[in-house]
Unconditional design. Structure first.
Length: 215
């Protein structure tokens, strides 16, 4: 169940962080070790935290059509869950050699993005090998690059939108936290209550007081 204090703590810790640092903040909130778990497994733990806090309710999201720049809206189905992993390591056969690779971790992301050389030895400068490695890693853990097939209603272009579970959940956290901060500020000004006193109220009781002071 969503706890107001925990929500605001999470928002405070993650609001100024960049993508990888925010992922680490969410992972800690989910009780996951961001240093050792693969990225896809971190997403699964974070998505489980979302289910614990918000339930399995469907959610709306938007993306931009790369063909025309129009905005597309889509809704996740109720009960949506990330697919499980089949393996955390893969072997990629390339030009007579087998290359053992592991799933990427947060520590593999540097200023220039993911450094595939950290996943194992291989001819990474060869685009063919890099593509084969990416396919093998995603086949071993489909949550690594989960996407949704869509059609743009404006131009009719077909596209696949990659889905970022942590980013999706963070957008929900931002929206909920800002609304909660607004409620706390209204009630504190109206009644002189502390943040702790306001957050300790059941949401239904807090809504009653807000109905008396909110425009």
């Amino acid at each position: 169940m969503l706890d107001g204090g925990a929500l605001l703590d999470l928002y405070q810790n993650g609001r100024a962080a960049d993508g990888p640092a925010r992922l680490a903040v969410l992972a800690r909130a989910a009780g996951a070790d961001a240093a050792t778990l693969p990225l896809a497994e971190l997403d699964r733990r974070i998505w489980a935290l979302r289910a614990d806090w918000l339930g399995a309710a469907a959610g709306d999201a938007v993306c931009t059509c790369p063909a025309c720049g129009g905005m597309l809206e889509f809704t996740l189905p109720a009960g949506f869950a990330l697919p499980p992993a089949a393996a955390q390591t893969v072997s990629v056969a390339w030009r007579g050699r087998d290359h053992a690779l592991r799933q990427p971790r947060l520590s593999d992301i540097g200023p220039a993005g993911l450094d595939p050389r950290r996943l194992g030895e291989g001819p990474w400068d060869d685009p063919g090998f890099a593509e084969a490695a990416a396919r093998a890693l995603q086949a071993a853990d489909p949550a690594l690059g989960l996407g949704f097939a869509m059609t743009c209603p404006d131009c009719g272009a077909a596209l696949e939108q990659l889905f970022d579970p942590a980013g999706y959940f963070w957008a929900e956290i931002e929206d909920l936290a800002r609304r909660l901060l607004h409620e706390v500020a209204l009630l504190a000004r109206a009644f002189g209550w502390s943040e702790a006193e306001i957050l300790a109220m059941p949401p239904a009781r807090r809504a009653l007081y807000l109905s008396e002071v909110a425009p």
